[in-house]
Design a protein around this ligand. Structure first.
Ligand code: ADP
Ligand code: ZN
Length: 817
């Protein structure tokens, strides 16, 4: 009976592919193992086995695999289920998911290998010096990699040499799959067996009496091993004996010492002793009890606790409980909140049971975390990670915590799979029969909506830890200040006064200026009015090249206004102002204090962000000017004032979530103020002090915000009331993408009617020379999601069969918000 496997390839193809395997292989191969398979004429891919079976493919002849790459599955059955869910839900291929899920180092690559051409006789005199070196090396080694060749000739530019050798027929090139991941090996030494006994050692020391340095090394090694009973690193030995490594090497050469290697983990915890977790206060204790109670009836619970209420300590208790049952915990948080501050805090409690998974980690480190999670190693009981850690191979997950669950960065936009890590976490937990805890001081509307619908449990903490007061929030009307000429640059007299007081008291200040307003909106300098779309709850965006104001959601547009519609003034402003400008102004206003800036430009590099945080923590700066980066769960002790330079450009951002996001951002950044005894102060400068969102922020009234925003979402049919799928079409030819999007819009409208919006130009309608068009599909709650998606896939397939459209790229984004 013939045997076959279906495999997932790491490329965006619709179907799985079938390969034929031998009887012997069929006894060995299991789903979740990697195999190297030929694809097309010349390619070799790493594939993941999905199924082992006996049915030959009907439309093509199955090829044989090249080789089996694993001894046991590196992807679990649970993960394969997750991958299927993800590709179905987010409308992408399983190959897309595989690429995102596996650390790069697992996906073997074709790499050029060079070997000697045995069919041709080459005389050394025919070769130049460089060429001869390589040819010579191939006498000793059957094949060489590009990197080896670079090392041999000690030059970067080796392709010309290889080319010449090929032309002379001296070498051949082959493609071979190789493993990129190499575990880090540490060199250890021990005494050879025959010297390990007491008499053996004595004889050896006598032998070495005329080589005192070597003798010292042997003595040191003996003492070290007697003391620790652990393997001795070469580095430890040289350190303790004071001898150089060349002396150690000569002992190895003389067969007195043996060297050996042990694979060690790169991601090592080098902390101090672990400490006991904190005793919870009454509110925290109560919250913990309630969370456990909600878990009797719910899989998912939302912990809504004000900033600095001590949510993290509650998580710690939950984690302790789960670890006691022998299960794993995943602690998800936004990439940028994954700071050493939090990592240290958790390592203090859980020591080396904590593994961190991070995009800034090297390929090797990622593979090590993967393997440790897979074997349920004691070193990966609590995994602390950003978005992509939902892809790790958990075998017995007991709890997932999603901290700062409202954060937008949990959603991946490009490339596919365009998944939301919080929503994926809920599914992942469900597959494992685990619980999920979502935590936030400012929950997303969709999570709170799920609470209201009875899907999620809800637990609240309304007080800050230690009864620290919520910061006092004051709105500063800069329209009025301008009129009375009380502004210096972007600073009101009130802001300057409070800043001066704060600095004189020795406290620190955070100044917040968002830079999201890239696509310019128009704002009246006098009254602050920004033109709105009549159909949607968004501000219109200024499109320079057409001199138009447009809505990005429904396509409504009007000519650019010369006068403000509200007050008639002609002082219309289309530009925001950035952090740099604020920093400059602060330096002029407060020349005797140190000012720093934290935004994308100043936090490049692996530790850029960390450096600024540490400097500010250690009070090397008095004033920190920054963007939304400042909002992410940072705990600065000495900050007494948070100044928000301008709330209006947040509120007027052209997005149906602009108001919700403004509330979240302003509350979070305010929460950085006064985290210790002294009540913190927040000043919000705005043209619209009566804006409901600002009123809600200043009174910390989440409920009012929720209610008002939900009314809008009902009225305008936006999430979480309706679901949203966005299709983006891209092509370098404007007319083609135009035609294609009209066609697609029409086809979709035939099925979904008025719930299809567009095609519409996105704010940036041409990116890297591709023209973009967007189509939005709104899905009412009672409409089947599965059915809707099937219909979309079907329409997309007929779209792709139109010859003219084949070159148009279709990007489908489910829950595109
Ligand atoms: P949140 O995550 O809700 O913003 P944190 O967990 O960061 O709040 O807590 C705020 C501060 O209060 C932290 O410095 C934390 O160490 C401290 N804290 C919280 N709970 C306790 C506790 N039970 N005992 C001692 N300190 C606590
Ligand atoms: Zn509109």
């Amino acid at each position: 009976m013939p045997h076959y496997i279906n495999v997932i390839l790491p490329i965006p193809v619709e179907n799985l592919f079938t390969y034929v395997i031998t009887e012997a292989e069929s006894g060995f191969i299991k789903p979740g193992m990697r195999v190297a398979v030929p694809f097309g004429k010349t390619k070799v891919y790493t594939a993941i086995v999905k199924l082992v079976h006996n049915t030959p493919p009907t439309i093509y002849e199955a090829k044989q695999i090249h080789q089996i790459l694993d001894e046991f599955p590196i992807v679990t059955a649970t993960q394969l289920r997750m991958w299927d869910w993800m590709s179905n839900y987010y409308l992408c291929t399983v190959g897309d998911v595989m690429r995102a899920a596996l650390p790069n180092a697992f996906i073997l690559e074709s790499e050029t290998l060079i070997s000697k051409n045995t069919k041709q006789v080459i005389h050394d005199t025919d070769l130049k010096d460089d060429e001869f070196l390589i040819y010579e090396a191939l006498h000793h080694q059957s094949s060489l990699r590009i990197q080896d060749i670079i090392d041999i000739v000690d030059k970067k530019q080796v392709f010309p040499i290889i080319k010449r050798l090929l032309e002379k027929g001296a070498i051949v090139v082959e493609e071979e799959v190789f493993e990129k991941y190499k575990p880090k090996l540490v060199k250890y030494v021990k005494l050879k067996e025959n010297h390990a006994t007491a008499e053996g050692l004595q004889a050896l020391l006598d032998d070495l009496s005329r080589a005192p340095k070597q003798r010292d090394v042997v003595m040191s090694l003996f003492q070290l091993s007697a003391k620790t009973k652990k393997p001795i690193k070469v580095s430890e030995l040289t350190e303790s004996s004071g001898a150089s490594s060349s002396i150690v090497k000569s002992l190895i050469d003389k067969s007195i010492l043996d060297e050996y290697f042990i694979q060690t983990d790169r991601v090592e915890y080098q902390g101090n002793e672990v400490e006991a977790s904190k005793t919870l206060n009454t509110e925290q204790e109560e919250a913990l009890k309630q969370i456990l109670t909600t878990y009797n009836t719910h899989q998912v619970t939302l912990l809504h606790g004000v900033t600095s209420s001590g949510k993290t300590e509650v998580y710690v208790k939950l984690i302790e409980d789960v670890l006691k049952t022998g299960k794993q915990v995943l602690y998800l948080l936004p990439e940028i909140a994954l700071t050493t501050q939090l990592v240290n805090r958790l390592q203090n409690y859980f020591g080396d049971q904590v593994a961190v998974f991070h995009s800034k980690y090297s390929a090797h480190e990622r593979v090590e975390v993967w393997n440790n999670v897979l074997i349920n190693s004691p070193k990966a009981q609590v995994v602390l990670g950003a978005r992509s850690s939902v892809f790790l191979p958990f075998t017995s997950l007991g709890l997932i915590i999603v901290d700062e669950e409202h954060e937008q960065s949990f959603k991946q936009f490009d490339p596919a799979p365009r998944y939301h890590a919080r929503d994926t976490a809920v599914v992942l937990a469900h597959i494992h029969g685990a619980k999920t805890l979502l935590g936030s001081a400012t929950p997303s509307l969709e999570s709170y909506f799920n609470v209201q619908q009875g899907k999620y449990g809800l637990v609240e903490i309304t007080k800050r830890f230690n009864n620290v007061l919520m910061p006092k929030i004051e709105l500063v009307d800069i329209k009025d200040k301008q009129k009375r000429k009380l502004m210096k640059g972007h600073f009101s007299d009130r802001m300057i006064n409070v800043m001066t007081e704060t600095l004189e008291e020795g406290h620190q200040i955070i100044l917040f200026q968002n830079r999201r307003g890239f696509s310019p909106i128009v704002e009246c300098k006098t009254c602050g009015h920004a033109p709105q779309c009549p159909n949607c709850d968004v501000s219109l965006t200024f499109h320079n090249y057409r001199n138009q104001l447009r809505c990005h959601y429904c396509g409504y547009n009007m000519a650019m206004q010369l006068k403000c519609q509200a007050c008639g003034d002609t002082a219309l402003d289309t530009k925001g102002f950035g952090t740099e400008q604020i920093e400059e102004e602060v330096k002029l206003l407060f020349p005797n204090y140190k000012t720093g800036r934290m935004d994308l430009d100043t936090t490049r590099g692996k530790y850029g962000y960390e450096k600024i945080i540490t400097a500010f923590e250690q009070q090397e700066m008095d004033i920190l000017v920054g963007t939304q980066m400042l909002t992410k769960g940072l705990d600065f002790r000495n900050v007494a004032l948070v100044g928000i330079m301008n709330a209006d450009n947040l509120l007027n951002f052209p997005d149906f979530r602009a108001h919700e996001r403004s509330y979240q951002l302003l509350s979070q950044v305010s929460g950085r103020a006064g985290r210790t005894q002294k009540q913190g102060q927040v000043l919000i400068q705005t043209y619209n002090p009566y804006h409901n969102i600002l009123q809600q922020v200043s009174t910390n009234n989440y409920a009012a915000m929720y209610k008002e925003q939900m009314d809008d979402r009902y009225n305008f049919k936006y999430p979480p009331v309706y679901r949203l799928i966005r299709i983006t079409l891209k092509h370098k030819d404007f007319n083609r993408v135009n035609m294609a999007s009209q066609w697609l819009g029409k086809a979709l409208r035939q099925i979904f009617g008025d719930n299809v919006l567009g095609p519409e130009d996105p704010p940036v309608s041409r990116i890297r020379n591709l023209f973009h068009k967007n189509i939005l599909i709104k899905i009412p709650q009672k409409q089947s999601l599965g059915g809707t998606k099937k219909a979309i896939v079907k329409i997309n397939n007929s779209f792709n069969s139109v010859k003219d459209f084949r070159s148009v790229r279709l990007v489908v984004n489910v829950d595109a918000y």
